[in-house]
Design a protein around this ligand. Structure first.
Ligand SMILES: Cc1cc2nc3c(=O)[nH]c(=O)nc-3n(C[C@H](O)[C@H](O)[C@H](O)COP(=O)(O)O)c2cc1C
Length: 208
């Protein structure tokens, strides 16, 4: 019964994205439009990504967003910081979407492992994650609470299965009202497993 309920919620969520398709395509085109970073400086790539059972791609060893983060690293030569939650998200997909929904509704801030050494050294910070229930996973918000990036250029990106950037850019602007937050880039998770063409074009458009 629980499984059917979770599945139904996810289907409704995806149908909603499909019904807004026309608008979304327009939105994504403008969201992904080329925006050059003038003074790039030193780059940090902060991301969360979930390996394991996932929507549309089956059981994966490396998460979709990590593939994009690694591509950004190749282009920019920046440092990577992967946000890894202290708690485990290693569970079947239908359980994970239920847990993630509860975390979002309760505005939970799960702890994460490790730390960024000397955040002050970075000028540009790419921030990326999967869309979970309309925004970044809650553990990323724990990171936003911990690190002040208000003096930096922030470049948001997401991988998703229909929601595009969802509210990720707005949420970053709320977390860092004084930062220069660029438009952001969204790409389907299943697509980056086939090729990186869109990611490469976006990065070239940014001047990398
Ligand atoms: C818990 C959970 C919630 C999700 N919610 C959404 C959503 O609201 N909108 C969407 O387009 N995709 C959603 N997805 C799909 C992921 O955003 C997509 O598969 C993404 O590429 C996963 O990236 P990752 O492999 O780096 O974790 C969700 C996936 C999970 C596991």
């Amino acid at each position: 019964m629980k499984y059917i309920k979770s599945l139904a919620i996810m289907i409704v969520c995806l149908l909603m994205s499909v019904s807004c398709c026309g608008q979304k395509i327009k939105l994504e085109t403008s969201q992904n439009k080329k925006q050059s970073v003038m003074n790039k400086g030193k780059v940090l790539i902060v991301f969360f990504s979930h390996a394991g059972e996932n929507y549309s791609v089956g059981n994966i060893k490396v998460g979709n967003t990590k593939l994009v983060a690694d591509e950004i690293q190749k282009f920019t030569g920046g440092d990577e910081f992967e946000i890894v939650a202290e708690k485990s998200y290693d569970m079947p997909y239908n359980e994970l979407i239920k847990l993630a929904k509860e975390e979002t509704q309760r505005d939970e801030k799960p702890a994460f492992k490790g730390e960024v050494k000397d955040i002050a050294q970075y000028d540009t910070v790419f921030i990326g994650g999967p869309v979970w229930w309309g925004t970044y996973p809650q553990v990323m918000f724990t990171f936003f609470d911990k690190y002040d990036l208000n003096d930096k250029t922030i470049i948001p990106f997401t991988t998703h299965e229909g929601s595009g950037l969802a509210s990720c850019v707005e949420d970053l602007k709320t977390a860092y009202p004084k930062a220069k937050v660029l438009n952001g880039f969204a790409v389907y998770g299943h697509e980056v497993r086939r090729n990186m063409n869109k990611v490469d074009n976006w990065l070239k458009g940014l001047g990398y």
